[in-house]
Write a protein that binds this ligand. Structure first.
Ligand code: NAD
Length: 253
């Protein structure tokens, strides 16, 4: 296989929630492979912008709160106006709420499902329609979790959303594979970001988690770059509906 299988020059990726954490790591990986980045965030992604532009590709920041589906059309319209459309969508924006299931509130249920699952689906739908209308191939990469495979503890809405992401990844692949759109997911293991701050600061949970990771360390944003480039590139043209764990071996235990 030649290196050009992974070349994303001239392509454009919409990456949600990339001002920090795993989204930033994937945006930088895609940019290093030559891809322009449309960065969708609630806050200006200044550091991501500086680091992406230093790689010599185009960068567009779009302000959007994915707690609702309202901004979706505008995100794709801005990508179209600046870069002539998007070839890749990375549905990374996500939130988590922790509380015992006996105490869990409806608000913590709805807010997590709205960002992690509902906006992911409707942004994917709008992206797929644009690809089909524009007769372009498309690549959708959803961000799943270990809790797409496991139950977790004290995170009921998060587990429901991420288990849903795995199922929706398969459903969308089933419907859109023959239309030239690859839908796959990456399931990160335990990664050192804001999302896991509470776990890393709990000495007992943090020891338990680290003790189960065969790689012997927490992951970081840079660990997702290679999987994102693979699933965004022509190297994965016959990969559909798969959820790829990037977990230091966690699921192998
Ligand atoms: P993070 O909190 O650093 O990043 C989350 C990103 O989503 C941020 O950019 C945030 O601004 C954005 N976001 C949240 N709500 C939003 C909204 N309403 N509108 C727009 N953007 C919004 O944490 P992270 O770990 O980098 O998380 C990224 C993704 O990876 C999430 O989907 C998360 O569930 C998933 N994940 C993380 C881990 C981990 O161990 N850190 C493991 C598995 C999956």
């Amino acid at each position: 296989m030649s290196a050009s299988f992974f070349d994303l020059s001239g392509k454009t990726a919409v990456v949600t929630g990339c001002n920090t954490g795993l989204g930033q790591g994937m945006a930088l990986g895609l940019a290093a492979a030559g891809c322009n980045i449309v960065a969708v965030n609630r806050r200006a992604p200044e550091e991501t912008q500086r680091r992406v532009e230093a790689l010599g590709v185009g960068f567009l920041a779009v302000d959007a709160d994915l707690a609702s589906t309202a901004p979706i059309d505008d995100i794709l319209a801005q990508a179209e106006a600046r870069f002539g459309g998007a070839d890749i969508l990375v549905n990374n924006a996500g939130i988590i709420r922790r509380a015992d299931s006996l105490e869990f509130t409806e608000q913590d249920w709805d807010e997590v499902l709205d960002v992690n699952l509902k906006s992911l689906f409707f942004l994917s739908q709008a992206f797929a329609r644009a690809c089909i209308d524009g007769q372009r191939r498309g690549k959708i990469i959803n961000i799943a979790s270990m809790l797409s495979f496991q139950g977790g503890i004290r995170v009921p809405s998060y587990t429901a959303s991420k288990s849903g992401v795995l199922g929706l990844t398969r459903l969308m692949a089933n419907e859109w594979a023959a239309r030239g759109i690859n839908v796959n997911a990456i399931a990160p293991g335990y990664m050192a970001t804001n999302n896991t701050e509470a776990l890393r600061h709990d000495p007992e949970r943090s020891r338990e988690i680290l003790g189960r990771i065969p790689a012997g360390r927490w992951g970081g944003p840079e660990d997702l770059a290679g999987a994102a480039v693979f699933l965004a590139s022509s190297a994965s043209d016959y990969v559909h509906g798969h959820t790829l764990a990037v977990d230091g071996g966690w699921l192998a235990r």
